[in-house]
Design a binder for this molecule. Structure first.
Ligand SMILES: [Zn+2]
Length: 517
């Protein structure tokens, strides 16, 4: 049976490649509402309780399951994967920061660093219109056939729309600030900021949605991620024991109340959705509480991988936080000390084994759940820019940085202001024409959203895209309405060296500001 299916798929692929026009409109439109960091761990019980009636409705009328993020499950690589249908080795975004190996300094990634096309760039080639609102790492905005409002992070307070003059019309539109600067006793100010952003993004997003002059509408709401990072500790204050009980009481329901409000926003979108629109509600990664921290740089010191001069260390820890290591290879870093080949392979195996064996001395628990070699999970021309090893934590753990100079050991309570962090399993919901109602048995992949959108819109899917259209959520009727058509369509975007150079200069100036750190 399996081989027959395969033969059939191969034949139909051969038949479909290269025949037909690039675009054959299907009469369908595609809307994606991204709820950053949404997790079934929170939403399931609240749906049960009946406090999220609009999300519950989409679940009842449509198809739902889990959605697997990318490694590392961070908004920058995850949303970039979602909008391009390519893996980080091809689109070149691995984190919110890049690392300049010559100068041995991190610098912020921007949309100009994205090396493959987003869905709206394919649609622009076909003279079709897109609206993209507040998608992370789309700053500065692309020029497209349609409208774009750039998403977090913002490099400045202006210049965040395409066309540029739109900015003047967006009265009261608020940009997300860096929540990492939420300090204790500033909870109210932070909540006010999140609600102000929610109000203005919801208002502007719905207004653009209702105008209906689009084929693709893609809106991301980031506040859900932000509030979960900083307010989770008030939900599980008893287990943690490090939160003032009176403060915990005050903010115990902050995340829940925010979700009730977000559910209303989702309801407004559903109400404004016409019968030709396939509406997706997705998150870029999941979420869970963190109670303990492993300080990775400190661990590298303990294990003897570091040198007093950090540029001479065998193993480098370059991000602000998270599970990733770079090997200081002679062929990749100016002061590299590790030879590619046998020495490198030996070190990679040794680190993998050691990481998987790490135990938290406080309770004897495993800390690292999985270790990945970049060359096994990524492919494409930017693989060499990736960290060499990536690893994910066991539930409840966070990978911080730490340093040998600091007080405190290699393990401890989280030293960042986060009390919850991302995991790999986001949410997936879809409702609309040709959708098969029900629950999916298997999780889908975020990587497959872009090719699915192209398919629904009657666009050919580039063969070199890594993602493939979802099949599970749709009825067979979709095969007739929107057949899957592959083509040898270029996926690379062209960003001039001049623009990239100008951006680097701008970033160098901004780096001097604590704001971006
Ligand atoms: Zn986050």
């Amino acid at each position: 049976m399996k081989s027959r299916t395969l033969v059939f798929l191969t034949l139909s692929l051969a038949f479909l490649v290269g025949c037909g026009a690039r675009t054959q409109p299907t009469g369908l439109r595609v809307a994606v509402i991204g709820l950053d960091g949404a997790t079934w761990n929170l939403l399931d019980p609240w749906i049960e309780e009946g406090i999220l009636p609009n999300i519950e409705r989409i679940r009842r009328e449509g198809f739902s399951t889990g959605l697997l993020s990318v490694v590392p499950p961070l908004s920058a690589p995850a949303w970039t994967t979602a909008i391009t249908g390519t893996n980080p080795g091809r689109h070149g975004i691995f984190n919110f920061d890049h690392f300049d190996r010559e100068r041995f300094l991190p610098f912020p990634a921007t949309s100009l660093d994205r090396k493959t096309k987003a869905v709206w760039e394919y649609l622009t080639e076909s003279n079709r219109r897109s609206i993209a609102v507040a998608i992370p790492l789309t700053s500065p905005p692309d020029s497209l056939n349609g409208v774009m409002i750039s998403g977090f992070p913002h490099l400045s307070e202006s210049g965040f729309t395409f066309p540029p003059e739109l900015e003047q019309e967006l009265v009261g539109y608020r940009l997300h600030k860096y929540g990492e600067y939420l300090m204790d006793e500033h909870e109210d100010a932070f909540l006010n900021h999140l609600y102000a952003v929610r109000e203005s993004h919801g208002r502007v997003g719905l207004d653009l949605y209702r105008r209906k002059d689009w084929d693709l509408f893609w809106f991301v709401f980031l506040g859900t991620d932000k509030i979960q990072h900083f307010f989770w500790k008030f939900m599980d204050a008893e287990q943690r024991g490090d939160v003032d009980p009176a403060t915990a009481e005050m903010y115990r329901h902050a995340i829940r109340d925010f979700w009730i409000d977000i559910d209303r926003l989702v309801g407004d979108f559903v109400e404004a959705t016409d019968s030709n629109t396939v509406l997706f509600v997705v998150s870029d990664h999941g979420f869970g509480p963190i109670h303990r921290e492993m300080r990775v740089l400190r661990w590298l010191w303990d294990e003897g991988y570091c040198d007093i001069n950090p540029t001479r260390s065998r193993v480098l820890y370059l991000p602000h936080y998270g599970g990733e290591l770079a090997i200081n290879r002679k062929d990749r870093f100016p002061n590299g000390v590790v030879a590619p080949g046998e020495e490198y392979e030996q070190l990679m195996s040794e680190l993998t084994e050691k990481l998987l064996a790490v135990r938290d001395p406080a309770n004897g628990k495993r800390v690292v759940s999985e270790v990945f070699r970049a060359d096994r999970i990524y492919s494409g021309p930017h693989l060499d820019e990736a960290p060499d090893l990536l690893f994910l934590p066991e539930p409840g753990y966070f990978f911080g940085r730490g340093s040998p100079m600091e007080e405190g050991g290699t393990f401890g309570v989280p030293s960042y202001t986060f009390s919850a962090f991302h995991d790999m399993r986001g949410i997936f919901l879809v409702r609309g024409p040709h959708v098969r109602p029900g629950r999916g048995e298997k999780d889908l992949r975020l990587l497959d959203l872009a090719p699915t959108a192209l398919r629904l819109l009657g666009e050919t899917i580039p063969l070199r895209m890594d993602g493939r259209p979802f099949e599970g959520p749709f009825e067979e009727s979709l095969e007739g309405a929107a057949p899957i058509r592959f083509a040898d369509r270029p996926i690379e975007r062209e960003v001039s060296d001049r623009r990239i150079g100008e951006m680097r200069e701008k970033l160098d100036k901004l780096q001097a500001l604590p704001y971006l750190r």
